[in-house]
Design a protein around this ligand. Structure first.
Ligand SMILES: [Zn+2]
Length: 359
């Protein structure tokens, strides 16, 4: 799929080619933003109008930096000039739910919060993940668990289940949809006025969203990690029973897809309403092939949701096969793990000799 004259989107998995074709037949790209862009033509606070509450100076204020992509998704610079401080505060609440939803992901991908990379503590206080130093190494991730980790010698994988911080699904949805509403032009925003007023901002119609497929988030796991966060907004080019806009957000090794719901001419209430998914892909131009698993997460609920999360580490197969050859007792010793450190491939650990440690 051609994104611009020189950017082409290629799917990782050949099975995705058909889905890409369908998506491309139904949608047109209308906007791309990148989180590290520094905007240079913002209008002065006195002349601003808030696109969410429609108030203007001096009925509301525009002092705060209104990020279009939240810092929870690793964006620092891109801000808007059409979001007032009061609405910004509301989105801030939604974004704290997004942080809970993202769980350990932000620590594992070193996504800075307002000040530093957040430390992750699971429910029940069992799993801890943080970024810090270890001997000569700096800025490495450490993960520990009260109950330790078990290495499965057959697969070479360490798997760990943990309790995620609970989150409010519909608020997570709103934190992400906010990005899309910022990407529309002014006329297009008006087509969503009812939803923005009664759903997005004051929540009085939130109950009505339950079980609508328009509030399903698709999360695709990519085989590669992107260093910048960016978003693409697609608009449908026909009058089929599909979402009017689909928003795709790329953040590290994840790709999020959500629709902008309840357009004034929307079809969400129709029983034949469907969503088209953009399959996992990349813009780099190489021929790397991999499967890209997708999960569909219903975010239509207003009630707090508690979930179990899990992560996996695959250990160096050479190391695993060495352990497999040891005696049973030695195997046990080598496969029960207290703490895991993750560093870059080229890092070299230098541990001081024991007498240095004692001095
Ligand atoms: Zn406002």
């Amino acid at each position: 799929m051609r994104i611009t004259d020189d950017i082409i989107y290629k799917v990782y998995d050949i099975l995705g080619a058909e889905a890409l074709k369908t998506f491309q037949e139904n949608y047109e790209l209308v906007n791309i933003i990148e989180g590290s862009t520094i905007p240079n033509d913002l209008i002065s606070p006195e002349r601003r109008v808030c696109r969410f509450c429609q108030k203007r100076h001096p009925d509301t204020s525009f002092q705060k930096k209104a990020h279009i992509i939240p810092h929870q998704l690793g964006s620092e610079h891109l801000v808007s000039d059409f979001e007032c401080d009061k609405c910004n505060e509301v989105f801030g609440l939604y974004e704290s739910q997004l942080a809970n939803f993202l769980s350990v992901f932000r620590t594992m991908h070193k996504i800075k919060g307002k000040k530093k990379i957040p430390e992750f503590v699971s429910g029940g206080n069992t799993l801890h993940a943080k970024v810090g130093g270890f001997h000569n190494l700096r800025n490495i991730i450490s993960v520990s668990d009260k109950n330790g980790f078990e290495l499965d010698l057959d697969s070479g994988i360490i798997r760990k289940r943990y309790e995620q911080p609970p989150y409010k699904p519909l608020q997570v949805f709103k934190a992400l949809a906010h990005i899309g509403f910022c990407m529309l032009n002014e006329d297009e925003v008006e087509d969503f006025r009812d939803y923005i007023h009664l759903g997005l901002m004051n929540g009085s119609k939130d109950q009505n969203c339950k079980n609508y497929p328009a509030f399903t988030l698709f999360v695709t796991r990519l085989p590669r990690v992107q260093s910048s966060t960016f978003a693409l907004l697609f608009k449908k080019n026909n009058d089929r029973l599909i979402a009017d806009y689909e928003l795709i957000i790329f953040c590290r090794n994840l790709m999020f897809q959500l629709s902008l719901p309840l357009h004034k001419n929307g079809n969400e209430r129709h029983r034949d309403f469907v969503r088209h998914i953009l399959p996992g892909g990349h813009f780099i131009g190489d021929d790397f092939e991999s499967q890209t698993p997708v999960s569909a997460i219903d975010l239509s609920d207003i009630e707090l949701k508690k979930e179990e999360g899990y992560f996996e580490f695959r250990l160096d197969p050479e190391y695993v096969s060495k352990i497999s050859k040891l005696s049973e007792d030695e195997q046990k010793e080598h496969s029960s793990i207290r703490k895991i450190f993750i560093s870059s491939m080229d890092a070299v650990l230098r541990v001081p000799p024991e007498n240095d440690l004692n001095s």
